[in-house]
Design a protein around this ligand. Structure first.
Ligand code: ZN
Ligand code: FE
Length: 255
């Protein structure tokens, strides 16, 4: 695979990702919760860093950007709509923009909801989407700034990607998301199997991220607001998809 991806756990439960084009050696990082573990991983592999890709303005995603920039001279790319709240950007990105990490092209997708101005990065060729705190494994980010309708719209964009796309989200929240998901669809067999698998992975200290989009579509309650059996289970058979999504998000907030 021409795009090599390295997962770096940071802080209590954040993930940063190194992306390296194996043809050109061009290397990028997605989010910088903490510069030190990223610098350590780069040093270990003897990789330079060329680009810092920022998904959104929260502290736990940008805290180490200025240190990492100073240490590596990397260019910083982030959302144009979020520029006022991000470290100084060398390149401001909007939905529909593209950029390259070596020979790998990335599309920028606006995923408002968790924040307004959150963006995701899709590497179509590598089938990798960096969704941070929008779509997460078995969950989605809390709605700090956007409306449920905005998040539902954002998730629908991601739901249309190739089903074998790997979703690289920003946190290891999967186990607690799984406990919640079971309250919505206790009978969902794919979910039951996944919950078991997650418990096994976490028992060994492994990462449950990335996850494949087709598995999310089958098990993530936030991607299933349009499914008849889910609507029925919530007593909302006649409700709109967005109303059902709103209800699921509300239940999770109170879980
Ligand atoms: Zn966040
Ligand atoms: Fe976060």
């Amino acid at each position: 695979m021409p795009l090599e991806i390295v997962t770096i756990p940071c802080l209590a439960d954040n993930y940063a990702y190194l992306l390296r084009c194996t043809e050109t050696g061009q290397t990028a990082v997605v989010d910088v919760p903490d510069a030190a573990p990223i610098l350590a991983e780069l040093a270990k592999r003897d990789w330079p860093l060329h680009q810092i890709l920022i998904t959104h303005h929260h502290f736990d995603h940008i805290q180490g950007v200025d240190t990492l920039r100073a240490e590596t001279g990397a260019q910083v790319l982030g959302g144009a709509d979020d520029a006022a709240r991000l470290p100084a950007l060398d390149i401001a990105l909007s939905e529909g923009d593209t950029f390259h990490v070596g020979t790998e092209m990335a599309d920028v997708i606006a995923v408002d909801g968790h924040t307004v101005g959150h963006i995701a990065f899709l590497f179509k060729q590598a089938k990798a989407a960096f969704s941070a705190d929008s779509l997460m494994a078995l969950g989605c980010g809390r709605l700090f700034e956007g409306t449920p309708a905005q998040m539902w719209e954002s998730l629908q964009k991601l739901m249309k990607l190739a089903p074998d796309t790997l979703i690289y989200s920003g946190h290891e929240y999967t186990q607690s998301n799984a406990n919640f998901a079971l309250t919505i669809e206790p009978e969902n067999e794919a979910l039951q199997n996944r919950v078991q698998e997650i418990a096994n992975i976490r028992a060994k200290g492994g990462f449950t991220v990335p996850s494949r989009l087709d598995l999310e579509l089958a098990t993530n309650p936030f991607l299933r607001a349009h499914v008849d059996t889910v609507k029925k289970a919530l007593g909302m058979s006649a409700a709109s998809d967005v109303d059902v999504f709103t209800e699921i998000r509300k239940r999770k907030d109170n879980f």
